[in-house]
Design a protein around this ligand. Sequence first.
Ligand code: AMP
Length: 188
Amino acid sequence: MEQYNIILINRVIIMSIERLTSAVRNISDFPIPGIQFKDITTLFQSPEHLKDLSDTIYDLYKDRGITKVVGIESRGFFMGPAVAIRLEAGFVPIRKPGKLPYKVIEEKYTKEYGEDAIQIHEDALNENDVVLLHDDLLATGGTMVAAYNLVRKLGVKHIYINFLIELEELEGRKHFPDEVELISIIKF
Ligand code: AMP
């Protein structure tokens, strides 16, 4: 009976992930030629898909003792706070330079064209936090590696990483240590 339930739950999860995958809109050559842009607004505008997404992420992390969800500007701010509320955790933003008003620590990283940086408030997390780091999409991994380093700098030892979408052929996940659990809901 227990086994039957597990199979049933997995079938429900697989079906919901198939629905979510087909709801993502692909825009060719945006914002520049050659990019296949994954538009998540089509996923968010459907109440059923939004609930599916929220339920799926909640089920994945509900037993992990998450104390803070950390979202990366700007598309990590869509689901980040919603997930934090369901997990009864706090929400912490990682932002581009010049946006956070209090004392910050910063991490620089390389993008396709030149360097970029992200910041977090220096008192936003501590070593007792269990963090769920969240962003919309894993491409090369540069942004999330910088975010992971920021969170580590604040002394956090337990970090889970979550993306809505992973572009598997770019192999972004290989830049993270093996011991870090990295889960993406939708894979292309
Ligand atoms: P990366 O640092 O290369 O992993 O890039 C991740 C960030 O860039 C995410 O925050 C995404 O919002 C954005 N991004 C990169 N590639 C795409 C894409 N093909 N479609 C939509 N967003 C993308």
